[in-house]
Design a protein around this ligand. Structure first.
Ligand SMILES: Cc1cc2nc3c(=O)[nH]c(=O)nc-3n(C[C@H](O)[C@H](O)[C@H](O)COP(=O)(O)OP(=O)(O)OC[C@H]3O[C@@H](n4cnc5c(N)ncnc54)[C@H](O)[C@@H]3O)c2cc1C
Length: 429
């Protein structure tokens, strides 16, 4: 191939950026365009990882290394699927890597799920993380909340609801979010799992952080903790031990309560015009009971969004070690997947690195033997669609503006959450 091969990476989240960094450091000369629908890189590291987990947010510095390479371009405000199709991209690049994550969530499928006050943890997280698409949450009336799910995301949202809002002041949450959380009067949060505490997916560190919140009382509802933890794996044993330790502690006059409800599932969300309570059923004996609630957040897993013309099975793009294939197993040359859209919505940020290594290895092997084919010009394609991509400099302007906002408030950063403010910073240049 005489010209430098061109690779498009769709999605500037951790997986896309790990892949870009690996490609940029590869021996082969490759030009890399990273396309994202947002003008801001980092995906769920920016819009998912909890704002009070600053040390994890610092991974952004490592991911940003990819941008240091002159071979890499960041093209924000480009949405693949709506503005440009994957097939059109393939006409302009030797290879396309889908790194679009999993932007939807699973539903409970029970009556009342659509009532105002019942939402997904994903929406709640997007809101407190300042995602420009997020719809505001009104929490002033909320005293009792139910969080359905026992993974780390469920623990994150329970913690944000139960934490003393003053402790959130140091985070990068947008001003309006902090003000809303400040106005809350949450007294009770129920964390609910279908199976027992030993089967919960949360990590012990996350659980301990939640159980250890200042002013928190912990209640174990409707059952007994397993007394014998022999035979459990280490994480399950540590989780059960952490709960037992919290229950054994004297915590007089707690300001807020965490109710742990295992071996139950919600069967209906009840209320006239908005959520008022949730009915639960025991998964052991089928007995039912109701819990008053003003807010219900389901946290039962994320789910991918299909791209037009790209195969999609059970929330993922079907692939073998990152090489995309059709539903019938036929490989689709030039198309690759990485991250949550490749593996499904599980795994911490670090897991995307080994995942990207695998995909990039196959991509480079294939590029080395791919027959040369004429390609269109991606910039012309975008211009023809009326798309004006934002650049890395535009992101740096947003970054500086957020740091500036934060400095005024005595914080490291305050997120800019409104589309119009982000676009002003991009196009006001
Ligand atoms: C609430 C939450 C909390 C988490 N907390 C932690 C934690 O504390 N520690 C940890 O290690 N991991 C955490 N994780 C996991 C971590 O965020 C994921 O492993 C990681 O973000 C997955 O990376 P990804 O690049 O596959 O997807 P994403 O991070 O979702 O990135 C996908 C990117 O693609 C872009 N995109 C999507 N569709 C399109 C399109 N059609 N066109 C153009 N661009 C598109 C999106 O804008 C986004 O930038 C958390 C996850 C969640 C949901």
């Amino acid at each position: 191939m005489e010209r430098i091969p061109r690779v498009a990476i769709v999605g500037a989240g951790p997986a896309g950026l790990f892949a870009a960094g690996l490609l940029a450091r590869a021996d082969a000369d490759v030009a890399i365009d990273i396309l994202d629908r947002l003008p801001t890189p980092f995906g769920l590291l920016r819009y998912g990882v909890a704002p009070d987990h600053a040390s994890i947010k610092a991974v952004a510095d490592k991911l940003a290394d990819a941008f240091e390479s002159p071979r890499v371009r960041f093209c924000g405000l480009v949405e693949i699927g709506t503005q440009v199709t994957p097939a059109e991209l393939l006409g302009c690049y030797d290879a396309v890597v889908y790194a679009i994550g999993a932007a939807l969530d699973r539903r409970l499928g029970i009556p009342g799920e659509e009532l105002p006050g019942s939402r997904s943890a994903r929406e709640f997280v997007s809101w407190y993380s300042g995602h420009p698409d997020a719809v505001a949450h009104e929490l002033a009336h909320v005293t009792s909340a139910v969080v359905v799910g026992v993974g780390n995301v469920a623990v994150d949202v329970a913690r944000i609801l139960l934490k003393d809002p003053a402790e959130l002041h140091a985070t990068d949450m947008p001003d309006a979010v902090l003000a809303e959380l400040q106005a809350t009067n949450v007294r009770d949060v129920w964390l609910v799992g279908r199976r027992g505490p030993a089967d919960a997916a949360f990590s012990t560190a996350e659980l301990r952080e939640l159980l250890g919140l200042d002013g928190l009382g912990v209640v174990y509802e409707r059952g007994e903790l397993p007394a014998d933890t022999t035979g459990l794996d280490r994480r399950a044993r540590n989780n059960v031990d952490a709960i037992a330790a919290a229950l054994a502690e004297e915590r007089p006059s707690p300001l807020r309560r965490l109710h742990l409800l295992f071996q139950h599932r919600p069967v209906a969300i009840l209320g006239e015009g908005r959520v008022a309570s949730v009915e639960f059923e025991s998964t052991v004996d089928g007995s039912r009971f109701e819990v008053p609630a003003d807010l219900v957040l389901r946290s039962i897993g994320y789910y991918g969004v299909p791209l037009p013309g790209v195969p999609f099975v059970d929330g993922r793009i079907p692939n073998v070690e990152g090489r995309v294939h059709d539903v019938d197993g036929t490989l689709r040359p030039g198309e690759y997947a990485v991250g949550w859209i490749k593996r499904g919505p599980v795994g911490l940020i670090g897991a995307n690195k080994s995942d990207a290594t695998e995909t990039v290895r196959h991509l480079l092997e294939d590029l080395a033997v791919a027959p040369a084919r004429p390609l269109g010009d991606p910039d012309e394609l975008l211009a023809a669609r009326g798309v004006r991509p934002s650049t890395l400099d535009d992101w740096r302007r947003i970054d500086d503006a957020e740091i500036g906002r934060g400095t005024l408030r005595g914080r490291e950063r305050t997120k800019i959450e409104a589309w119009h403010d982000l676009l002003d910073l991009v196009f006001g240049r």
